[in-house]
Write a protein that binds this ligand. Structure first.
Ligand SMILES: Cc1ncc(COP(=O)(O)O)c(C=O)c1O
Length: 404
């Protein structure tokens, strides 16, 4: 075969550039199960980097449900939802989730990412405005990019700033005249800082300016609210948030996303949302495991209690050592280092000490806000967490991130 110049050779340069800037992320290989004690890149570690908050990824009830679904129904759904890929199991999961969330209806998506990117452009049009918190998740940003609506960003968690944007929007409108609809979007729990959206204030302001509210509860699902019902339940705001996106991939332990809201919202998304129309639905094992996860959230609330006890213990330990843990209020606790290269060195040293805690660098966080992002789970023991704190103390002192 004749050789030809590689038309993608520029990617080699791009990769070299990432390496030079300490922004290259090697994939770490998990050998075995996603549990607090794991084997990562061949090394036994205590893991602080999974989103498996409640240990459901390996819970026997979910595993058995998935196995039974495979035996009964096979491994694939065989079609997109709107052609032949809606099984009774999909509908059952949506009914269960709607009852759990106290909403009229739920529609599941293949992931939290596709839920966000599938809902935002579908329900907004050219004469509308989308207003987004500046630190919202990438899947919201991509959903906004796909939309034809005008966009505005408000400063992180700044309800007065949001009010300013809405006041201007209602007073002046856009280039095409007054906006028809306004959609305000916020993460419930911000995934890199672990802080919680000021949802009561956002709801008040949105009601004053006739704007719809959408919340992305990826990191609140299974974590905040009664039995992990999310941020709306945490603040007692049922009926005041129009669209709740949740994920089934993190505390729920499986895979998927969902949109909870009115029946009309569900019906319209089925007609028009592109991931529903153009991408195959979940296989039965995934759906059955998600159904089993709701049983566990309802039947074993002590897991969530343990998660929060561990969170308090670990956070207090890190701040006691003198680390900058930012403004976290949830099990996501960042250890903010600033420089990407130092964050990478801290993560590498922790790995040598038997703790797996990944560095998070640009573009996931701002270029000067590189960090180690930790998430404890209900399944870590006190001894596990103390061992992690000891490793942080050693590595932090060696790298002069903390005194002592
Ligand atoms: C805030 C937020 N929204 C959405 C997602 C996407 O969820 P999923 O992993 O289910 O696609 C994530 C996961 O990284 C997230 O942190």
């Amino acid at each position: 075969m004749a050789t030809r110049p590689d038309p993608l050779a520029y990617l080699d340069e791009a990769l070299a550039d990432l390496r030079a800037k300490s922004l290259y992320r090697p994939l770490r290989i998990l050998d075995g199960r996603q549990t607090p004690h794991a084997v990562m890149d061949g090394r036994p570690v205590i893991s602080l980097s999974s989103n498996n908050y409640l240990g459901l990824a390996t819970h026997p009830h979910l595993v058995e449900a998935a196995l039974a679904a495979v035996r009964d129904l096979g491994v694939g759904s065989g079609a997109v939802r709107t052609i032949a890929g809606t099984m009774e199991l999909h509908e059952e999961l949506e009914r269960r989730l709607a009852a759990f969330k106290h909403t009229e209806a739920v529609l599941t998506f293949q992931s939290g990412f596709t839920a966000n990117s599938g809902v935002i452009p579908t329900i907004t049009g050219e004469r509308d405005l989308i207003v987004s918190d500046e630190l919202n998740h990438a899947s919201i940003i991509d959903g906004v990019r796909l939309a034809k609506a005008a966009r505005a960003v408000f400063p992180h968690k700044d309800v007065d700033g949001l009010e300013g944007v809405l006041r201007d929007a209602r007073a002046k409108g856009g280039p095409g005249g007054a906006y028809e609809h306004i959609l305000v979007i916020t993460d419930g729990v911000f995934s890199m800082d672990g802080d919680i959206a000021p949802l009561p204030g956002i709801c008040d302001v949105c009601e004053r300016y006739d704007a719809a509210v959408m919340i992305d509860d990826a990191h609140a699902s299974g974590v905040l609210g009664r039995n992990g019902r999310g941020t709306v339940d945490h603040f007692g705001l049922h009926g005041r948030v129009d669209i709740q996106v949740g994920t089934l991939s993190k505390a729920v332990g499986v895979l998927g996303g969902y949109v909870a809201g009115t029946q009309a919202l569900r019906d319209y998304l089925i007609q028009r949302s592109r991931p529903i129309l153009f991408s195959t639905s979940h296989p039965p094992a995934v759906v059955a495991a998600c159904l089993a996860a709701i049983d566990v959230l309802e039947g074993e609330p002590e897991r969530i209690d343990r998660l929060w006890e561990n969170t308090r213990f670990f956070k207090a330990g890190l701040t006691g050592l003198g680390f900058d843990t930012g403004i976290s209020e949830t099990p996501i606790t960042p250890v903010i280092v600033g420089d990407s290269e130092r964050a990478g060195r801290l993560s590498a040293r922790l790995l040598e000490l038997g703790v797996f805690a990944q560095a998070v660098v640009y573009p996931t966080v701002a270029i000067d806000r590189a960090r180690i992002r930790t998430i404890v789970s209900s399944e870590h023991t006190r001894d596990d967490l103390q061992a992690c704190l000891d490793a942080f103390a050693t590595a932090g002192r060696e790298l002069r991130l903390i005194g002592g």
